[in-house]
Design a protein around this ligand. Structure first.
Ligand code: HEC
Length: 95
């Protein structure tokens, strides 16, 4: 989870430096639906939590794709969408 915050931070930083390719890589590697994440999300018993987790990671891949186009507005919209999942999930699930 803390890695997620770091990923968002480095994506914003890289965007500011116009390093869209690097930002895109971070998005896919740290927020996207890579096999590791799939494995981890599948361990959760709660169906809604799992769905939200997968939707979140898919939005991470969309973010990576948006960043690749070097379109700042599209990237910010995608980043906002991804961060909505952080907010939504934290609002719904607490330990
Ligand atoms: C599918 C659900 C879900 C999504 C999506 C999600 N989180 Fe979390 N997160 C949790 C849960 C569950 C906890 C632990 C319970 C709590 O602290 O309320 C947590 C805890 C955290 C913590 C505290 C971890 C710690 O070590 O104390 C951070 C930081 C965090 N999330 C960041 C993020 C960020 C940033 C995003 C989006 C990029 C994100 N999370 C997306 C479910 C989610």
């Amino acid at each position: 989870m803390r890695e997620h915050v770091e990923a968002i931070k480095s994506i914003v930083g890289l965007m500011a430096e116009k390093k869209f390719e690097d930002a895109s890589k971070v998005a896919h590697a740290k927020l996207g639906l890579i096999p590791d994440m799939q494995f981890m999300c599948n361990m959760f018993e709660n169906e809604n939590f799992r769905k939200l987790g997968f939707a979140f990671h898919r939005s991470g891949d969309d973010l990576g794709d948006a960043l690749k186009t070097k379109d700042v507005n599209a990237s910010l919209r995608a980043l906002n969408k991804t961060m909505e999942y952080c907010v939504t999930c934290h609002a719904s699930f607490r330990q």
